[in-house]
Design a protein around this ligand. Structure first.
Ligand code: PXG
Length: 292
């Protein structure tokens, strides 16, 4: 059976879900998005994702054509139409069709679509053995120029970094700020554990405040780990006891080598494993329930 896509208020077959070549989401990357997951019929952190989408849109002065509640209902309708209990959901709002100029006032109606599909994960050995990453030459966008808090359809900064990682033979990139401080990975936040404390760069390092990031910080506090946001250099990462990345798609993935330097004994760390377990549990208990 063909996948059903929610497009501007209707559920249509994927092969019929089409948008205009004049859509400014396509012409200029003028739009916002969210990547959300559901686990066993529970949409994880749905309201946090919807809030972040509205914040990104507010900064772009892009009016989302649904209320928060209607949007949550549309996500659930899309999951139900596809009978998906475990899914990756992509929520996209673009400026809509306009003319060939930048002027957003020419776009009279935003385009809203929701894709709910099966989730493609990193191979299982990434979680068992950990991942190798490298620092890439492309710095993360300057918050003063294009704030990484805006989850916009313009992801070229991250895509360039991803290409550089792939060219270096690893699946993920460590991105630094323009000043050379650790920021984040291409679609994931980064953490280290040092002397039993959990450390991650602060938002002003130029990163997206990930929803998984916030959840992991909460779980760590519940385990009585000290949690701090601190500016970090690569030296701090190379000499950490443990390192991992977090994101909706990746969840928590251990990192065991950075730029050829082994992190501790080059195995997923004990706190990382504890947090992975606690996160897994949270995804089974917590969330907006729906029936399929
Ligand atoms: N940083 C950036 C730049 C991101 O795009 C995260 C961190 C993690 O945030 P959450 O809220 O998911 O914990 C993201 C997440 C993917 C994918 O399929 C993920 C994201 C964007 C595009 C693709 O892995 N965003």
């Amino acid at each position: 059976m063909e996948l059903k896509i929610y497009l501007n208020g209707k559920l249509v077959n994927a092969s019929e879900a089409k948008i205009s070549v004049y859509d400014h989401g396509l012409l200029y990357g003028d739009g916002v998005f969210e990547g959300i997951r559901s686990y066993g019929g529970l949409v994880f952190k749905l309201n946090d994702h919807i809030d972040r989408l509205f914040e990104s849109a507010h900064t772009l002065m892009l009016t989302i054509p649904l209320t928060r509640q209607q949007l949550a209902q549309a996500v659930i309708k899309t999951l139900q139409a596809n009978k998906l209990k475990d899914a990756y959901i992509r929520l996209v709002v673009t400026r809509g069709p306009g003319d060939l100029g930048l002027d957003p006032r020419k776009c009279k109606k935003a385009t809203l679509f929701i894709i709910a599909d099966k989730i493609v994960l990193y191979p299982e050995e990434v979680y068992r053995e950990g991942m190798k990453i490298v620092t890439v030459p492309t710095p993360r966008n300057l918050p003063e120029a294009l704030n990484p808090q805006i989850k916009s359809l313009n992801y070229l900064n991250n895509i360039l970094a991803k290409i550089e990682a792939i060219n270096a033979g690893v699946p993920e990139a460590l991105m630094l700020s323009a000043h050379g401080y650790v920021a984040e990975c291409t679609g994931d936040n980064i953490f280290i554990v040092r002397d039993g404390a959990l450390l991650t760069p602060p938002p002003y390092a130029g990163l997206l405040k990930g929803i998984t990031r916030a959840c992991v910080m909460d779980l760590a506090r519940k385990m009585k780990m000290p949690v701090r946001e601190e500016m970090m250099t690569r030296h701090d990462l190379y000499n950490a006891d443990e390192c991992f990345l977090t994101g909706t798609a990746a969840e928590i993935a251990p990192i065991v080598k950075i730029d050829g330097r082994a992190i501790a004994d080059e195995k997923p760390g004990k706190w990382t494993l504890k947090l992975m377990q606690a996160f897994h549990k949270a995804t089974r208990l917590d969330g907006v329930r729906y029936r399929v």
